[in-house]
Design a protein. Sequence first.
Length: 377
Amino acid sequence: MPVVFCLLTTGNSALALSLTLFDSVSGMVLIEKEQHKKLNPGDFVQLMTLYTALRLTDGKDHLSLTVTVPESNIAARQNARRLYLRAGQTVSFNGLIKAVAVTNAEEACHVLAGTNGLNTREFVEKMNFYAAEAGMKNSLFTSPVTAPGQVSSAYDLALLTQEIRTRYPDIFALFSEKTFSFAGNNQRNRNLLLWRGDDIDGVMSNKTSTAFIASSVHKKITADTERRLIAVYLPDRNARTDVSINQVLTLFRKGRADFETIRLFTAGTPVSALEVLGGNRNRLEVAADKDIWVSIDRAKLAARGTGGITGRVEYKKPVLAPVRKGDEIARLHVEFEGKELSSFPLRAMYDIGEGSTLSRFIDSVRLKLNAEPTEKK
């Protein structure tokens, strides 16, 4: 995942304790307020529970999987938003996932915590393992459902949303469904933003519909690349639903109107050629393994043009053979008007083997001469 840098800090909402607006294509934060602040995620812990259950069943057919409702946690399930499950009942794994995605069904989270025969403690350990793997540095989970002592951040929740969208697009599509029916019980999606625009396709709100993780499709910027904005809005306890909804919609409007996302390099296009010592070649081309996109303030881009964009390749000099294709050799730092926007890994485009005995001897002498300090006279 790209290294993310904030482009703009805003007081967009005085009521927000924390917020972030994330561009899914560039991986950059467009607008933020206290985005790394540690807060109890509340109902949004269910998003991590859903993701963990999916990761634990990678490689399996989710449509054919079933889960047996355990005897444990009966009291906890009775106090949750319910599906009215019975101990010993066999239910569809996919149905439980859908119940969480559409209706925030806590009872489904309790059952999903038994995925692969794990107990709750073991499942929570997996939650924290996958959170760390996703780069969620300010998150710590103690339960698959709402509980005291848990922390996350607006930025971490945006990363989690992006992970689900890219790894499980079929599951991500469930967030846009407005109703869910299970065993004859019909429940409505709590995310009121789904009724505020066809471009909004998820993701989740809290019980009071005042905090939101939201996703909005902007447009296709290439034939196979769709720009999506992800907003996480975490208000204080006194927030009103209508105010929170309007603030999220304002974030989306600003993201669409105020920022341009442009592609600098396509995957596999040489970005730089680096000097190599001790090899059967003396130059190595490096490239990104994914398209390189950046998001830039549209007004500044119009005033300065693309001439304001510069790139700086950072690597440990010199590159020493042997080198294997795909090795991360360098990083490209992209700047606009002298300020760093983001950085991206650059990888070797081909193998470089060791050179002849003579060429390696010459390169070793060059390396030694370059390393020795010059004596002052």
